[in-house]
Structure formats: structure tokens, C-alpha cells
Design a protein around this ligand. Structure first.
Ligand SMILES: *[C@@H]1O[C@H](CO)[C@@H](O)[C@H](O)[C@H]1NC(C)=O
Ligand SMILES: *[C@@H]1O[C@H](CO)[C@@H](O)[C@H](O)[C@H]1NC(C)=O
Ligand SMILES: *[C@@H]1O[C@H](CO)[C@@H](O)[C@H](O)[C@H]1NC(C)=O
Ligand SMILES: *[C@@H]1O[C@H](CO)[C@@H](O)[C@H](O)[C@H]1NC(C)=O
Ligand SMILES: *[C@@H]1O[C@H](CO)[C@@H](O)[C@H](O)[C@H]1NC(C)=O
Ligand SMILES: *[C@@H]1O[C@H](CO)[C@@H](O)[C@H](O)[C@H]1NC(C)=O
Length: 454
């Protein structure tokens, strides 16, 4: 990247931690990055496929690109976006907020190229990019910078000899892979600017090539390079407005709380985060694991086996919360228990709509035409500590159409069966709509509360 200054920053300056409590509120908007689709079932199908693809990748992250810690996220799903300002003077860009990965990166330089980036709401030639040359605070992260190890834990700096002060080698380019695409670039040190505070020496990926990316990503995961970790946040919280508002200018707040005297959060239910599995796969360190004790449908415990609900130390099974997945994923044996319970209870009153199941990729779907009042069983997730998440009906059935509803939970093929590597249950953002969710990092717990976000 010849346009960048070769000045290196050796991170002798400690991380900028904020000393007094402060709160930053950002606007969080739903954004559906779907290709042009002709009917609502195809749209559901698109999000169903994107959700299973993402689940597959969260479960099987590729860690083979040297020893890179590789977060993975397929695009083309219904996600939520925030705007962040970086640089001197500030440049403002849009990012998908993602709790399933940790690096923050943006499309970068005038040469940025994005292939297969035709989304309904995004024109590839129109993706805004960060221009490091226009920012006096842009520095390429050097190979000997300890922050390089956040992304490349075992990096060898060949050209440096033993002397870090004279080293001119860059931290290696990162490659973030996801499904059929990727993003690649160099780590920059930049200033992240909020109205209340600036965060100096913030590490951000300057991507020069991507495919299937509607925008940059703001990683809110548990890795050291994530936005909450670099800012030293005590907690962050959000309330996701309904996907009904996809592509309309409706938003809610993402609240970042930092510094001392930050006080307690305000959710009514809390469940502790689990320690991440010490698995060989470093990507699992980015995820927010919780302990799901049982799943009930209409008050009936579906008896999902413990080995699926809770991860073992190798990272097989378990439940994570992920803002970047659209529809909740359940490994096939758990999914079947839930689907069968709905079929049993709802099937008494409504007939199955199998042709819609074929088109939407979701099941079960029921024909509710001619009904003016609808009674459906309640879906609840029961977490450790007694916290029960009772989902609003619109979080687990699609209401795109007056006559047919489909359960908005996806699975993998039965052939994959058994407890594979990686999380068995991924609570996606569709199931988080109209909940206040609080990631209490200081007390290592997830708080939630049903709330109308809009
Ligand atoms: C990782 O790379 C090694 C050596 O290049 C190869 O033998 C191994 O099969 C790869 N593992 C995966 C999971 O791709
Ligand atoms: C590109 O962005 C500009 C300004 O934001 C807007 O006026 C224009 O309509 C966009 N073009 C397309 C093709 O989306
Ligand atoms: C590294 O290089 C600097 C500048 O040339 C020199 O002052 C310092 O002694 C060297 N340190 C080591 C450990 O060689
Ligand atoms: C749905 O798809 C399955 C398998 O592709 C097929 O056997 C079945 O006939 C289809 N059902 C309808 C109603 O289209
Ligand atoms: C739903 O049922 C109604 C009445 O039985 C029928 O006319 C309609 O075609 C069905 N719709 C679908 C999508 O199956
Ligand atoms: C089925 O319909 C009956 C009568 O309207 C109602 O009492 C019951 O709750 C419904 N069951 C389900 C599972 O929706």
C-alpha cells in the first residue's frame, strides 16, 4: 500500500483507558443485505441459507492461514449497522455490528475492490471507503507491535532481527474468510472518535479487497482486538428493532459504557457468560457463550440433551449469542425436537404449508389463512440462574404473509448429526428483536429484558 506513510508505531504508548465513567450512544439500524428477490419466501430462503452458512463457519472456523486468529462471517444476511468515525480529521463509515467476531475493519483506500457486492441497498461502486492518506493519525501496525499478536498470536518478524526499535516490517496482512468470500488488508492504528471521547491507537483493519461485504464490520466479540476490549468497556447494550423495519430509516440505540463508577446494568434477567472452551480453535475465544438449561415449547420441555446445550472443554456443543446471525441455528437433533413439538401442538389447529417450506427453506410452515385470531405455543429459553427468555411470537414465526407462517429457526442436515465441533445453538438476531440485551463484561454476564424497541 504505497499510499500509506511508512511511519511505524511501536506501541510504547499504553492502551488509552478511560478513567471516568462515560456513556456513548450510537444509532443502530437494521439493514438487510439481500440480493434482489422476487417473492417473500425467496427472501426468507436467502436469510435461512445465510444463517446456516454462518452457523457452519462459526462452528468450523478456518484457522489454517498461518496462525491467524480468523473470525468468520458470511455476509448477505439481515444485520444491524452502526456508524463510526475514525481518523484526523474524522471520516465516518457504516459497519455491521457483530458480536461473533472481534476485528474492526473498514473498506480502505481509493483502490478498494469488492466483488459480488451487489446488494439491494448497496451499490458496489458506492461503498464508502476510508482514505488513510487523508488522515494524519493513520499508522500501519508494525510487526513488533504487541497488538499485531492480537490477530497473529505466533507472528514471526523475519526482517527484524532482535531489535524492535529498528524494525520496519509490517504486521502481516490479515485474511478473513467467510463462506465463498473474504476480506484482506493491513492493520492500522487510528483514532476512534466519539462525541464524548477519542480513543487513540485503536487497531482497525484497512481492507483493500473483499467479496460479498456490504460494508465494514465492527467486531464486538471477546477477542483483544474487539471494539469493547480496545475501549475497555464495562458493558454494552442494545435493543434490536424489528426486521420489519429493514431498509427503512428506523434505528435504536447501541450503548457503550466505560470507565469507573459505571454502576450496574438495568436488565431484569441475567445469566453468566461461560468461560470459553479451551479448544484448539482460537476463533471460539471470540464468542459469547451462555448456559442454556432447557428449551420449552408451549410449556413442554423438549429435552434437548445437555451435550448440545453446554460446550465441553474442547468446544463441542454449547450455546452462543450472536448479533451477526439472522435466524437462530440449532444442530439437527435439537432442531428436530423443537420442530416436532411445534408440529404436534400447532398441527392440531393448522395445516402444514409444505410448498412454502420448499420455497422458504424454513419449517414447519402452517397455513393460517382465514384465521382472525391466532393461538400459538410459547417458545422459551431457560438459562442458568433462572433467567427465562420468553420470545415474542414475531421472533420465532415469520409474519411476511397473511396466510402462511414459518418457524424462523434453521438447522444443518441430519447427516452432520451428533455434537460436532463448535456451538450447537446460535441465538441469532431475529430471536433478539424487541429485547434489551446487555453484555455486562465487567460482571461476565448477559442481561436481557423484553422491551418494545420501536
Ligand atoms: C492445515 O494445513 C496443513 C499443512 O498445510 C494441512 O496438512 C492440514 O490438512 C490443514 N488443515 C485443515 C483443517 O485444512
Ligand atoms: C451513490 O451514492 C450517492 C451519494 O451517497 C447517491 O446520490 C447515489 O444515488 C448512489 N448511487 C447508487 C447507484 O446507489
Ligand atoms: C536497537 O537499535 C537501537 C538504535 O539503533 C540501539 O540504540 C539499541 O541499542 C538496539 N537494541 C538492541 C537490543 O540491539
Ligand atoms: C417439496 O420438496 C420435496 C423434495 O424436494 C418434494 O418431494 C415435495 O413434493 C415438495 N412438495 C411440494 C408441495 O412442492
Ligand atoms: C391455505 O389454505 C387455504 C384454504 O384452505 C387455501 O385456499 C390456500 O391455497 C392455502 N395456502 C397455501 C399457501 O397453502
Ligand atoms: C388450538 O385451538 C384451540 C381452540 O381454538 C385452542 O384452545 C388451542 O389453544 C389451540 N392450540 C394451539 C397449540 O394453538
Amino acid at each position: 500500500m504505497p499510499s500509506l506513510s511508512l511511519l511505524l508505531l511501536f506501541s510504547l504508548i499504553p492502551l488509552f483507558y478511560l478513567s471516568s465513567a462515560y456513556t456513548t450512544t450510537l444509532s443502530l439500524s437494521p439493514a438487510a443485505f439481500a440480493p434482489p428477490l422476487s417473492n417473500p419466501w425467496q427472501r426468507l430462503n436467502h436469510f435461512a441459507t445465510a444463517s446456516t452458512t454462518r452457523a457452519h463457519l462459526l462452528k468450523h472456523p478456518k484457522t489454517n492461514i498461518s496462525d491467524t486468529k480468523v473470525p468468520l462471517f458470511p455476509r448477505g444476511y439481515g444485520g444491524y449497522s452502526i456508524s463510526l468515525s475514525l481518523g484526523t480529521p474524522p471520516q465516518t463509515l457504516s459497519f455491521v455490528m457483530d458480536t461473533g467476531s472481534s476485528l474492526v475493519w473498514f473498506p480502505c483506500t481509493q483502490r478498494y475492490t469488492c466483488s459480488s457486492c451487489n446488494f439491494v441497498s448497496v451499490n458496489p461502486s458506492n461503498i464508502s471507503t476510508f482514505i488513510p492518506r487523508s488522515s494524519s493519525s493513520s499508522r500501519i501496525v508494525g510487526c513488533k507491535n504487541p497488538k499485531c499478536r492480537w490477530v497473529f498470536p505466533g507472528v514471526q518478524c523475519k526482517d527484524c532481527g532482535g531489535n524492535s526499535t529498528t524494525c520496519t516490517e509490517f504486521c502481516p496482512p490479515y485474511i478473513i474468510q467467510y463462506g465463498s468470500g473474504s476480506t484482506t488488508g493491513l492493520l492500522l492504528s487510528e483514532t476512534l472518535i466519539f462525541p464524548e471521547k477519542s480513543v487513540n491507537n485503536f487497531v482497525v483493519g484497512c481492507s483493500i479487497f473483499s467479496s460479498r461485504q456490504p460494508s465494514g464490520i465492527a467486531g464486538f466479540g471477546r477477542g483483544p482486538e474487539s471494539l469493547p476490549a480496545q475501549m475497555g468497556l464495562k458493558r454494552f447494550s442494545y435493543c434490536l428493532v424489528s426486521h420489519r423495519f429493514d431498509d427503512t430509516p428506523v434505528s435504536s440505540d447501541l450503548i457503550l459504557v466505560s470507565g469507573g463508577g459505571a454502576g450496574k446494568g438495568s436488565a431484569t434477567n441475567y445469566t453468566p457468560f461461560r468461560k470459553n472452551p479451551t479448544s484448539s480453535n482460537p476463533a471460539y475465544q471470540d464468542y459469547y457463550y451462555v448456559t442454556l438449561r432447557k428449551i420449552t415449547v408451549g410449556g413442554v420441555n423438549v429435552r434437548a440433551p445437555y451435550k448440545f446445550l453446554v460446550a465441553d472443554s474442547d468446544g463441542n456443543g454449547g450455546t452462543i449469542v450472536d448479533s451477526g446471525t439472522t435466524f437462530t441455528f440449532m444442530e439437527n437433533p435439537v432442531f428436530e425436537l423443537v420442530a416436532q413439538q411445534f408440529e404436534k401442538q400447532v398441527g392440531k389447529n393448522y395445516s402444514r404449508a409444505t410448498e412454502v417450506e420448499n420455497q422458504s427453506g424454513l419449517r414447519p410452515c402452517f397455513n393460517i389463512s382465514g384465521e382472525n385470531s391466532l393461538t400459538l405455543p410459547q417458545l422459551s429459553f431457560h438459562f442458568k440462574g433462572g433467567a427465562e427468555m420468553v420470545l415474542p411470537l414475531g421472533d420465532y414465526f415469520s409474519f411476511l404473509d397473511d396466510s402462511v407462517i414459518c418457524m424462523t429457526i434453521v438447522t444443518n442436515s441430519a447427516a452432520e448429526g451428533g455434537v460436532g465441533p463448535g456451538p450447537a445453538i446460535i441465538l441469532g438476531n431475529y430471536q433478539q428483536q424487541n429485547f434489551y440485551l446487555e453484555y455486562d463484561l465487567e460482571n461476565e454476564r448477559l442481561g436481557f429484558q423484553k422491551q418494545l424497541c420501536k
